[in-house]
Ligand binder design. Structure first.
Ligand code: ATP
Ligand code: MG
Length: 477
């Protein structure tokens, strides 16, 4: 297999020259860019074995490139190219993890030699990693169930990034396991024995977030009766998990940016600046790029958080994980509720695998828990899960028409009513899932009044709470 090489240099001539020197197609697959800012996208899009980067570039220098590449994957070889006057910094780069440096101008033989050595080193790194994985066994993330390709890729990503202190941004729909992954990254890294401090930026009322995060001194505002330690201080040397980061207000985003950039913050009501050593993991189910476009999220903060992105695949796109997850939850809730249900009827399993699961793993988990509570025998039956969970009632066909075969055998009026009912349930399920159970937003999106949406939901026996995380409902008709 050809080795993948990425060349970064702001001079187009240099890129052309290097491309020509490394033009052996059977051995090297070369990608070249004159824009260092495109690095994160390139790293996400493809697996490189070697990054060959210029040291001095206007937008971002080679040392920063090195740090970014290593945060993404320590085993990628980085070679720095430099002009004569800047050898000092190039040597510094090798201390920071670059494989080697090469001075410009260079001859073809020299560059080929360095490239070959670097690729050999990369090969060894990967062999070591595989060996270590074999030795340690496959079940290093016992809490993360699933063996679909998406889950395997996830395990690898967690493993790699846990070895670094790089900031991680976990994205994915509600209930896909973002918090679980954050904990896995923390506990498999060198900070594993230190505190993991979560803060839910979406549920803490805005005026309190700053004091929650940074703490306050007595008397700094009405009600501040004594000094309070902030979560940031508690996370010192450990990990701060910023959950629902997309919900932070713009002023809080500025303060967070400073904490991320300088490791500095101010306790509310105090004048002194404090320093901390923290690893940051952020999670969101919002499309942050979209929020940036709308001016609701700072782009600079996004780049600070998005050093290493882990994106979680929705459950419907990895249905092969459902049986293992279902058995895991069956066992968990039998123990918890002291029941003895040992298996699913084949009909139930087929049903579970057909669902869309807009609430992902959490919704599956809730469905199984309620099923366990309802079950009377050793086998979980359709009736046990159909008596509840509005979201799991009917197999969710992809379009109302698909559901219609048997409906079309009915008398006209009855068929029409049934179809409308089907359509309503599906429409509401989807729009509520899109807005995580927020009725006001769902109403706006569907162009109906909130009260009307509530009535439709009642008619269709849909509960907004089953689309969100379990907070009490804030929308009442
Ligand atoms: N791969 C998995 N194996 C076992 N349990 C899982 C897995 N993924 C998710 N879960 C479980 O599903 C539930 C939801 O997971 P989690 O809270 O991490 O989701 P989330 O992505 O943070 O959701 P939200 O965006 O709504 O906060 C948890 O109880 C978690 O333990
Ligand atoms: Mg979460």
């Amino acid at each position: 297999m050809a080795s993948r090489i990425l060349i970064i240099d702001d001079e187009a001539d240099m890129l052309l020259l290097l491309r020509r020197m490394l033009s052996d197609r059977s051995r090297y697959e070369v990608t070249a860019t004159d824009s260092p800012l495109s690095l994160p996208d390139l790293l996400r899009g493809s697996t490189f074995d070697l990054v060959l980067t210029d040291l001095k570039m206007p937008q971002r220098d080679g040392i920063q490139i090195l740090a970014e590449v290593k945060a993404h994957d320590e085993s990628i070889a980085v070679v720095i190219m430099t002009a004569y006057g800047t050898i000092e910094s190039a040597i510094d780069a090798t201390r920071k993890g670059a494989f080697d440096y090469i001075t410009k101008p260079f001859r073809k033989e020299r560059i080929l030699q360095v490239v070959e050595q670097a690729l050999k080193w990369r090969g060894l790194q990967q062999e070591n990693l595989l060996l270590r994985e074999k030795l340690e066994g496959r079940s290093r993330f016992p809490t993360l169930i699933g063996s679909s390709p998406a889950m395997k890729a996830l395990h690898l990503q967690i493993d790699r990034v846990a070895r670094t202190s790089a900031t991680v941004l976990i994205t994915g729909e509600s209930g896909t396991g973002k918090e679980l992954v954050a904990r896995a990254v923390h506990s498999h890294g060198s900070r594993g024995s230190k505190p993991f401090i979560p803060i839910n930026c979406g549920t803490i009322p805005e005026p309190m977030i700053e004091s929650e995060l940074f703490g306050h001194v007595r008397g700094s505002f009405t009600g501040a009766l004594r000094d309070k330690k902030g979560l940031v201080e508690e996370a010192h040397h450990g990990t701060l998990f910023l959950d629902e980061t997309g919900d932070l207000s713009l002023p809080m985003q500025v303060k967070l940016l400073r904490l991320l950039q300088e490791g500095e913050y101010k306790v509310v009501g105090a004048n002194t600046i404090r320093k901390v050593d923290i690893r940051f993991i952020a999670a969101t189910n919002h499309d942050l790029q979209d929020r940036i476009r709308k001016g609701e999220f700072r782009e600079d903060l996004f780049y600070r958080l998005n050093v290493f992105n882990i994106h979680l695949t929705p459950l419907r796109e990895r249905a092969e994980d459902i049986p293992a997850l279902a058995r895991h939850f069956l066992h968990k809730y039998c123990v918890l509720h002291k029941k003895e249900v040992s298996r699913f009827s084949s009909q139930v399993m087929a049903h579970l695998m057909e669902q869309e699961w807009p609430g992902n793993v959490r919704q599956l988990e809730n469905t199984i828990e309620r099923g366990v509570i309802m079950a009377t025998g050793e086998e979980l039956q359709m009736a046990d899960i159909l008596t509840m969970a509005p979201e799991a009632r009917t197999p969710c066909p992809t379009s109302p028409m698909e559901a219609a075969e048997e409906i079309f055998q009915l008398p006209f009026k009855e068929a029409k009513d049934r179809l409308i009912e089907e359509f309503e349930t599906q429409y509401l399920t989807k729009v509520l899932a899109r807005h995580a159970g927020n009725v006001s937003q769902a109403a706006r999106d569907s162009g109906v009044k909130r009260q009307y949406l509530h009535r439709l939901m009642r008619d269709n026996k849909l509960d907004s709470r089953s689309f969100r995380k379990g907070e009490p409902e804030d929308d009442s008709p």
